[in-house]
Design a protein. Structure first.
Length: 88
């Protein structure tokens, strides 16, 4: 009985975190759209396309790590520098 209550609570918290994360990404994408258009227009050497490909490869590695059930800490999820992790 206690396990069911804990499962429901963790599911609720995980869903709330996913909702807030999704809304944050949507707002950020909306706010950054004009800047991205300008950056793509100014990208003559194709540097942005190369960075996107590298980021996709890094994200695929991270997805594989998730499948292996590696847990990322809550601090890692909330860190403002998590998007820069591929630079290390």
């Amino acid at each position: 009985m206690q396990t069911l209550a804990v499962d429901i609570a963790t599911t609720f918290v995980d869903d709330a975190v996913a909702l807030v994360t999704g809304l944050g990404r949507a707002v950020l994408r909306f706010a950054m759209a004009p800047i991205n258009r300008i950056a793509n227009a100014c990208d003559v050497a194709g540097v942005l396309a190369e960075r996107r490909a590298t980021f996709r490869m890094w994200r695929a590695d991270r997805a594989r790590a998730r499948q292996e059930r590696r847990r990322f800490s809550l601090l890692g999820r909330l860190s403002p520098f998590r998007q820069l992790a591929h630079l290390t």
